[in-house]
Write a protein that binds this ligand. Structure first.
Ligand code: UD1
Length: 346
């Protein structure tokens, strides 16, 4: 198949490109090479240097393309509110422009890189009131060191459960809002254009080539960068936050499965899938695994918190296994141990 891949020079895009090409697909790599994403120029062999916001002016690049695999996005926590227009421009407007250009060139299949941030908080159960949706944690509770979510009815501490794709969308950051918007634009496009879309909701992706310490990077790269500087990883809250860490090679395999599957999907619909390992791990355990493997200082639990953070978000891999045939091959314990000495990119 001919696959146009956006964000092809990025950390995830590079792995997706390699996996698609190894499987025999004809990949058209595109990347805007934004300075926010690349402090030093990455390997850009054959990459078309183009911005998705200008997809309407890409000429014949989309002709003959079977599937667009859209990885290009500004990622991570918005550092200041000044970032808001950047998320709206690169993620919202970029996706809308790309979808309109696809329609103009009769490209009817989209694989979209989405994120678990669309859920906001994960799924929780109260021992008495079953599944409940917690309200955002209050500043007063967080300042007092109470990091858990409590049942709105009886105030008991809530236990985490696996989030399914049917969960309510509740974005808590500018980045999360832009990922929800991307899914909604893709869904509207599928309906209006009689097209098919698959959204892959990535959990905490890590692996070789992850960008070195930036405020836009996930916690695995932040811990790894601290250890490389000879510093202890600094763990926020009490370290009990649960996440699902999924290796970039598994994310690439999920994209391959979606690229193969999207053409046979019902037209007019977007289907969303969790892309996760299925093995939740606490943030303190992530820090410990990386520190021990790197022979570095033991993590420091700081008790600090970030206002936009959710407590736990871990997911069920069942639907992607059933409908895409995707199952992660790398457990977080094995993968994170390898990541402790993997190269990072600037
Ligand atoms: C992250 C990314 C998101 C990405 C998602 C899935 C953010 C806010 N979110 O979500 O872009 O789509 O993974 O791949 O960047 N922490 C520390 N010490 C630190 C930094 C963070 O303990 O130095 C803690 C945080 O308080 C949080 C956890 O680690 O509890 C995870 O942080 P992070 O990876 O930044 O964000 P996620 O919300 O998991």
């Amino acid at each position: 198949m001919r696959v146009l891949l956006t964000g092809a020079a990025g950390f995830i895009g590079t792995a997706v490109r390699r996996t698609l090409e190894t499987d025999g697909h004809d990949v058209v790599p595109v990347d805007a090479l934004l300075p926010q994403a690349h402090r030093t120029p990455p390997d850009v062999e054959g990459v078309h240097r183009l911005d998705v916001r200008d997809a309407g002016e890409w000429g014949d690049l989309l002709d003959g393309v079977d599937v667009v695999c859209h990885q290009a996005a500004l990622v991570g926590a918005g550092v200041t509110v000044a970032d808001l227009p950047e998320y709206a421009a690169h993620n919202d407007l970029g996706t809308a422009a790309l979808l309109a250009a696809m329609s103009a060139h009769d490209v009817g299949n989209l694989v979209l890189a989405s994120s678990m941030v669309v859920y906001g908080e994960g799924r929780y159960a109260c021992p008495e009131h079953a599944t409940v949706a917690p309200v955002p944690r209050s500043v007063a509770a967080l300042d007092a060191g109470d990091f858990d979510n409590h049942c709105p009815a009886c105030d008991r501490v809530l236990a985490w459960e696996l989030v399914e794709e049917s969960a309510r969308l509740d974005p808590r950051s500018s980045y999360a809002a832009s990922k929800v918007a991307q899914e909604h634009y893709a869904s509207a496009w599928a309906r209006q254009a009689g097209a098919s879309a698959v959204a892959l909701r990535y959990h905490n992706v890590y692996g070789p080539g992850m960008p070195r310490d930036t405020p836009y990077s996930g916690v695995a790269a932040i811990f790894r960068s601290s250890l490389a500087r000879g510093e202890a990883p600094r763990v926020f809250e009490d370290g009990g936050q649960m996440r699902d860490f999924v290796h970039v090679d598994d994310v690439a395999r999920a994209n391959l499965a979606a690229v193969r599957a999207v053409g046979a999907r019902e037209v007019g619909e977007l289907s969303a899938y969790n892309v996760c390992s299925g093995s939740p791990v606490s943030i303190l355990d992530v820090a410990r695994i990386l520190a021990r493997q790197a022979g570095g200082a033991e993590p420091v639990v700081t008790g600090q918190y970030r206002s936009g953070d959710v407590r736990h978000v871990v997911a069920s891999p069942a639907l992607s296994a059933r409908e895409l045939g995707f199952a992660a091959q790398i457990s977080p314990y094995e993968g994170l141990a390898g990541f402790a000495s993997a190269p990072l990119r600037d």
